[in-house]
Every structure is written in C-alpha cells, then in structure tokens.
Design a protein. Structure first.
Length: 267
C-alpha cells in the first residue's frame, strides 16, 4: 500500500517539525508517511531530518511564503510529482501578535491576520483539488485563544477564531473532505519563548506562562503532535464523535488534542 502524503505549513520548527518527524518515522498509531513542508525558514533541525535515510526518501522541503498562492501551488505540485498524491493538509503556520487593542499598530495586526488567517484560504485553494481526489483531511492547528478574550491577545485570538470559522465552513462546503480544528494546548515551543519575552504582552499573561515554564507544565510537542499527525492520516468525516455525539470531522467542530473523541489518536 502506497504511503500517504501530508503537506504541513510552518513545518520547520516547533509543533510543525514534531509532526513532520512523527509522520516520516511513524509510530504504533502512525504509518510512516511522506511529508512536504512549506515554510520561510530551513532550520538546522529540519535539514538534519532531511538528511536521514527516512528523510531522503519521504521528506520534501519547500521554502516559501504561506500567503503566496504560487508558493502553495508549488508545494502541492511537489507532493504529487514526487509522492504521487496529497492525502492530508495540516495548517500549522502562525505568528504571535501581542498588544492591547488600543495600542495595536495597524500594520502588525494586518500582518498577523494575513499569516494566521488569510493564508489558510490560499493553502486550501491550492490543495483542495488534490484532497478531493483522496477524500482527504484538513487539520487546523487552532488555539484556546480562539474562544477567550485575554488582555493583549486580541489579534491572535481573532485570527484563531476566524480559523475555527473557516474550518466549519470547509466542512459544509467540501463534503468529501474532513475538517478538524484542534487546540494543541500550551506547548513548549519557540512561540512560548517569544511569549515569555514579548514586549507588548500583558504582565499577568507573561507571568502565567513564565510560571508554567518554571514548573514544567508546558506540553512536550510530541504529545499534541502525535494526535494531529495521526488525525491527519486516519480521521474521517464520520468519526470520531464527541461527547454530544457530533461527528466532528463532518462539522468542523473545535476540540482539544486531549478530548475523549480523539483518544484513539493519543499516545
């Protein structure tokens, strides 16, 4: 049976890299898969992965802009030309934008919305023709911020709330594609380092994340990454169901990585 192929936006570091590594190497619940990453950077850790035997045969690294339709088309074409198909898309690319609404510069806000939200549509438009052929899956890496209103998180929260809305709409419009917006929890990644040192974040929010880091309460990326990667490969529109009996893949219902509905994908 041919390996499935997954396109990951923002796959060069953090959660995106953890997913790429898991998909290429496989696990008890993840069949080894082909991966195409699309990101601006080509990090040392991604380069090292690309040079492993598994990486040489199963990883294609594409440097580009996730907001560019042409760059996204190139990534999709790479998946098809090198691996024969595109089975799943993980929309992971995102940037931090922290400041109170009264002080948020217009240019910073527009940039955050462009990268965190507008790029979703661009990547979907490039990928959907191939995903339809495979009855594929789209996993949206969302955030608890999508349903909160914490001080200095307005831009980021708005971008993730919009992501959840796009996921719900996708589930309605694309009846052959499953749509999963998932909160990965508070993960020990570069973004958390940015948060702890962010100039414009509210002091009480910074203190919260500093305390979590100090007390070892940040999630290792591999835990939520395993759920997201396994869901990309094995999720369907008809399963799983949440506690209310809602088929989340068919409705684009927002859930957390550790939700009971996703237990079969957890380590």
């Amino acid at each position: 049976m041919a390996k499935k192929t997954v396109l990951i936006s923002g796959g060069s570091r953090g959660l995106g890299f953890a997913m790429a590594k898991l998909l290429i190497n496989g696990s008890e619940k993840i069949a080894p898969s082909n991966v195409v990453t699309l990101s601006r950077s080509f990090t040392d850790e991604l380069r090292e992965l690309a040079e492993t035997p598994e990486g040489k045969s199963s990883l294609a690294v594409m440097q580009g802009d996730v907001t560019s339709l042409e760059d996204n088309k190139r990534a999709v074409q790479k998946a098809v030309s090198e691996f024969g198909q595109l089975n799943a898309l993980i929309l992971n690319a995102g940037i931090l934008c922290a400041d109170k609404l009264a002080d948020l510069e217009h240019e910073r806000f527009m940039h955050a919305i462009n990268v965190n939200t507008a790029s979703l549509i661009v990547t979907l438009q490039a990928s959907l023709p191939e995903l339809r052929k495979q009855h594929g899956n789209v996993v949206f890496v969302s955030s608890g911020s999508a349903v909160s209103g914490s001080s200095s998180w307005g831009a980021y929260s708005a971008s993730k709330a919009a992501m959840n809305s796009i996921a719900r709409t996708l589930a309605t419009e694309e009846t052959e594609v499953a749509s999963f917006p998932v909160r990965p929890g508070v993960v020990d990644t570069n973004m958390q380092s940015e948060i702890r040192s962010a100039e414009h974040i509210a002091p009480e929010m910074r203190a919260k994340f500093v305390e979590m880091h100090k007390n070892g309460k940040l999630l290792p990326p591999e835990k939520p990454a395993h759920v997201l990667a396994a869901l990309a490969l094995g999720g369907t529109r008809n399963e799983p169901k949440n506690a209310q009996g809602v088929e989340i893949g068919a409705t684009g219902t927002f859930c957390s990585w550790d939700d009971e509905a996703l237990a079969q994908y957890q380590l």
